[in-house]
Design a protein around this ligand. Structure first.
Ligand SMILES: NC(=O)c1ccc[n+]([C@@H]2O[C@H](COP(=O)([O-])OP(=O)(O)OC[C@H]3O[C@@H](n4cnc5c(N)ncnc54)[C@H](OP(=O)(O)O)[C@@H]3O)[C@@H](O)[C@H]2O)c1
Length: 276
């Protein structure tokens, strides 16, 4: 089977492609080969490559920047996935698209299920929700994987940022009023493979098991790495970022288990694996 991936040089692509390559012939495209907002480029790419599956990892992911760039967020995160979905439907290609916990407002007290009401509170979340809707309208057999709080090899992420601050300043202030599940990007690969293999469609929540706040996550990171640091809890209000983030975005991943038999490992096990 041939799988064409978009946005392949990003965080998720960097971490899952080596795993996907064990089961698929992977064609790893990024914006240089295929700007997903370009419909003609999409047509050409599909004609040239003739993939069995397209996995859309491309997105405009700078959540704060999106607040000032509505139109770009809409083009990349909503319009483009809709275009790819239509192409997949026309050419009988399986489409797998990635979405986010930011489609929820975070007001629910318990873990979010796939059919819970969405209500994004940021431009990024709105654009990603619009993308989900366009994908399913144009390609009802598509699979949408919502994930959250990703970290992994390559580039900058929460772990690299917070350890740099701790080592340089000896003190780190971390938000303690947002709860979610940190997820090792590599751990998304097996669910993708299984969902394709079992020909599942619709929306799936995929994240490492358990939950914590960013503060708890930082504490675990420093403990694993034996970094001596003064860790201070702060509120989202104190951090004062441009875009709003959900206070609770913990996922219920039982649909994934029901339909594939795959259980995600805990965020602590995944973190220890990553740091080792
Ligand atoms: N990271 C997270 O915590 C997280 C959480 C939940 C969901 N997700 C979702 O997971 C998916 C992958 O995210 P990620 O963290 O891997 O993002 P990322 O590191 O920002 O990677 C996205 C990739 O897409 C490329 N890209 C941007 N615009 C494009 C365009 N018009 N055409 C083609 N490629 C384009 C980017 O290229 P440039 O770098 O050159 O712009 C980059 O290589 C996204 O759908 C995201 O919404 C991520």
């Amino acid at each position: 089977m041939k799988i064409l991936t978009t946005g392949s040089h990003g965080l998720l692509g960097t971490n899952i492609l080596p795993v996907l390559e064990r089961s698929f012939t992977v064609i790893p495209y990024d914006i240089e080969e295929w700007d997903i907002t370009d419909r003609d480029a999409g047509e050409r790419t599909i004609r040239d490559i003739r993939p069995d599956v397209i996995l859309n990892l491309a997105a405009y992911t700078n959540v704060d920047e999106c607040e000032d760039c509505l139109s770009l967020a809409d083009r990349v995160n909503a319009e483009a996935p809709g275009i790819i979905a239509k192409l997949c439907s026309d050419h009988n290609i399986k489409f797998v698209h990635i979405s986010t916990d930011y489609v929820f407002d975070g007001e629910k007290e318990t873990p979010y299920r796939e059919d819970d009401e969405t209500n994004p509170t940021s431009v990024y979340g709105l654009s990603k929700l619009s993308g989900e809707k366009k994908v399913l309208a144009n390609c009802p057999d598509a699979t949408i994987i919502r994930t959250q709080w990703l970290y992994g090899h390559g580039g900058i992420n929460f772990i690299t940022k917070i350890t740099k601050i701790a080592r340089e300043q000896g003190v780190a202030e971390v938000v303690n009023d947002q709860r979610g599940c940190p997820t090792y990007a590599k751990d998304i690969a097996d669910p993708i493979l299984l969902l394709i293999e079992k020909n599942r469609s619709g929306i799936y929540h995929v994240a490492n098991a358990g939950s914590c706040t960013w503060f708890d996550f930082a504490r675990e990171i420093f403990s694993c790495l034996h970094i001596d640091v003064v860790l201070k809890p702060i509120t989202s209000e104190q951090l004062n970022r441009k875009a709003n983030r959900p206070r609770n975005s913990v996922f219920d991943c039982s649909r994934l288990f029901r339909d594939t038999g795959h259980r995600m490992r805990t965020w602590q096990d995944a973190l220890h694996d990553y740091l080792s």
